[in-house]
Design a protein around this ligand. Structure first.
Ligand code: IPM
Ligand code: MN
Length: 365
């Protein structure tokens, strides 16, 4: 059965970088003899402005039939903040139960980092961000809005089940990285347990319990999130695998993208690894739709290409499809070669165009 991929390019540069990834996908599939089919879907700010709906329940249901989703970015200057984020991206994360947000922080050789003394040896970790709870739940409300007595709350929701499945995934990943020689077997929990004494307590106990009972081969550590921001800059090598709740994960992975060469390179996978649920995982660049540079052939499509590589690797593994995994490895390798070739350039302001980056990756394949 061919891998069945839904493609949601979205808005602005999201659509532009996704176009390059589709070009790369076609080339790599011929190269390794891997079989897939793509369906392009229109969900975006533009679609919302034209139709009045972001995405319907039926359309979400229909997505469950795909093996994976390749996502670009959403965000439109004429749509109020929150509508597309909550209405599409977060809705997909929650409704499809994409409980892991996997974000590698990996400095490719040749890529410039703002950290003066760090290289690919030092900047090489992976962040496992919890993706379905915490401050992102939307629990809370606002009353007496616009008056001096206005009250608003937004609650940090933490469930034992949600923490457990995330922490367990992080331990497994950490162990796999150690076995493959890509990691050192060190897992760090990042939270703010000194202030968030309830939610932090749940995270900390689950982390300790699972670590002690099932992963004696893994070295466990803990950092407060503020200190983590400092260490990522002053001693990035401190981190191998990191597990972190939703909002803190959002913040530290932008910092991670910055030290690994910029938003132009940062890829992510929103994963549902529960085979019994059989839904697709969603892969997307960490960057947004960047309306300021949209339509100018300026965006770096590497973040999308690396998200495609992850899509092929993760979905291939889940489906036991070796050719898909190989295709993913090929794309990642070609990107690595291109990074070495572009050595020294600012990855967020490349001297070559979006389409040319895509073409070069295709020729390096
Ligand atoms: C990200 C983004 C999203 C988030 C926004 C667009 C809702 O910043 O994927 O990191 O906060 O998770
Ligand atoms: Mn973010």
């Amino acid at each position: 059965m061919p891998m069945n991929i839904a493609v949601i390019g979205g808005d602005g540069i999201g659509a532009e970088v996704t176009r390059e990834s589709l070009k790369i996908l076609q080339a790599v599939s011929q190269h390794v003899g891997f079989d897939y089919q793509c369906t392009e879907l229109p969900y975006s700010g533009q679609h919302y402005l034209q139709t009045g709906t972001v995405i319907t329940e039926e359309q979400i249901e229909a997505l469950r039939d795909y093996d994976a989703i390749l996502f670009g970015a959403i965000g439109h200057p004429d749509v109020d903040p929150g509508i597309l984020e909550r209405g599409l991206l977060l809705k997909l994360r929650f409704d499809l139960d994409l409980y892991i947000n996997l974000r590698p922080i990996h400095l490719y050789p040749g890529v410039q980092t703002p950290l003066k003394e760090a290289g690919p040896e030092e900047i090489d970790c992976v962040v496992v961000r919890e993706n379905t709870e915490g401050l992102y739940c939307g629990c809370g409300g606002i009353m007496r809005k616009g008056t001096p007595d206005e009250i608003s709350t937004q609650e940090m929701v933490t469930t034992r089940k949600g923490v457990e499945r995330c922490v367990r995934y992080a331990f497994e990943l950490c162990r796999r990285r150690k076995q493959q020689g890509t990691g050192r077997g060190q897992l760090t929990l990042v939270h703010k347990t000194n202030v968030l004494t309830f939610c932090g307590d749940t995270w900390f106990r689950v982390f300790e319990e699972i670590g002690q009972a099932e992963y004696s081969d893994i070295e466990c550590g803990y950092d407060h999130v503020d200190a983590c921001c400092m260490y990522m800059v002053t001693q990035p090598k401190r981190y191998d695998t990191v597990v972190v709740p939703n909002m803190f994960g959002d913040i530290i992975t932008d910092l991670g993208a910055a030290i690994a060469g910029g938003m132009g390179l940062a890829a992510s996978g929103n994963l549902n690894l529960d085979v019994s649920q059989q839904g697709p995982s969603l892969f997307e660049p960490v960057h947004g739709s960047a309306p300021d540079i949209a339509g100018q052939n300026k965006a770096n499509p590497i973040a999308s290409a690396l998200s495609l590589a992850m899509l092929l690797q993760e979905t291939g593994q889940l489906r036991d499809d070796e050719s898909a995994v190989e295709a993913g490895n090929c794309v990642e390798h070609a990107v690595g070669m291109l990074c070495a070739k572009l050595a020294g350039q600012n990855m967020d302001r490349l001297e070559i165009g979006t389409d040319e980056v895509g073409d070069q990756i295709v020729s390096l394949l």
